[in-house]
Design a protein around this ligand. Structure first.
Ligand code: ZN
Length: 300
């Protein structure tokens, strides 16, 4: 279980979220067999998207981030519900690069910069709200920061960190998301920028002192009031029913065709690896159901 802390401060001009996401990222690593570099890339994305989801007010809302920068990791996808519970995957989970000269995992090299960060918010309306921005560095935190400035026109700063241990497990993971409200005085903005510039490495703070210390360092010298604190976890809402519904959407004819070789069909969840097997008989029954539903539709 991870934790999200949401607070306001700086005379209410600053909104800040902080996430402690070690367990979430470790779960992702186990499910997908992530290399250290892929673990940092997907882990940072999961932490960012969890904080974004947690800020949504609509109960059944989801937010999806898709990052595709042309690098060897391929595309990264993460989805959060409005409680900050997340799931995600990287197209090439085994992708690993040598450490950078400064000893850090080369997330930017794995992700690339030749592409977009696309954020789609589904709040239950007919169409989701979609915004996108060109990737800045592929380091994820910078890219979300730019997304807020360009696509949402909100001055923000996003810091994300994943520390992978020598045994490849996740030692620490988390991040912060600060947003400035309209009318924030220049002095406050400078103070915040200084705090973020001079703070210790995020993974060091998370590993040694925890997420609350991240909040303290970002908000150093400023007033801060905790609004909410709650648990968040890795969560995939997939089910046999959902996959059956998706299969039925391909139509009676295609289902009958699929059933013909008698082998049935397997559907794998991209996010959590669950496999749902449908026998040829079940596929035929689905085809019948689709046909029957269509008849009712035509008669009404
Ligand atoms: Zn799933």
């Amino acid at each position: 279980m991870g934790t999200i802390y949401r607070a306001v401060g700086g005379d209410e001009f600053i909104k800040i979220s902080v996430i402690e996401g070690r367990d979430i990222v470790e779960r992702a690593r186990q499910i997908h067999g992530l290399s250290p570099t892929a673990c940092a890339a997907l882990g940072r994305t999961l932490c960012a998207v969890s904080m974004m989801g947690d800020m949504m007010k609509e109960e059944n809302a989801t937010v999806t981030a898709r990052i595709e920068g042309g690098g060897p990791i391929g595309c990264i996808v993460a989805v959060s519900d409005s409680g900050g519970n997340v799931r995600g995957y990287a197209e090439h989970p085994g992708c690993d690069l040598p450490l950078r000269a400064d000893g850090k995992l080369d997330v930017g090299g794995a992700v690339g910069t030749n592409g977009l960060l696309v954020v789609s918010r589904d709040i239950g309306l007919k169409e989701p709200y979609i915004g996108s921005t060109q990737l800045v560095s592929g380091e994820i935190g910078d890219d979300f920061t730019r997304y807020y400035a360009e696509s949402e026109q909100v001055p923000a700063a996003v810091g994300l960190g994943v520390l992978v241990d020598v045994d490849r497990t996740v030692a620490a993971a988390g991040g912060f998301l600060v947003q400035l409200m309209p009318g924030a005085p220049d002095g406050l903005i400078e103070k915040l920028e200084d705090n973020i510039f001079y703070m210790d490495a995020l993974t060091t703070i998370l590993a040694e002192d925890g997420a609350e210390a991240v909040m303290q360092q970002v908000m150093k010298g400023l007033d801060v009031h905790l609004v909410e604190q709650h648990g968040v976890e890795w969560r995939c809402p997939c089910s046999r029913e959902r996959f059956a519904a998706a299969l039925e959407s391909i139509g009676a004819e295609a289902l009958t065709e699929m059933a013909e070789d008698g082998k049935g069909a397997d559907a794998d969840c991209r996010f959590c690896g669950s496999r749902y097997a449908f026998t040829a008989e079940e596929l035929r029954e689905m085809a019948e159901r689709v046909k029957a539903a269509k008849k009712i539709d035509n008669n009404s």
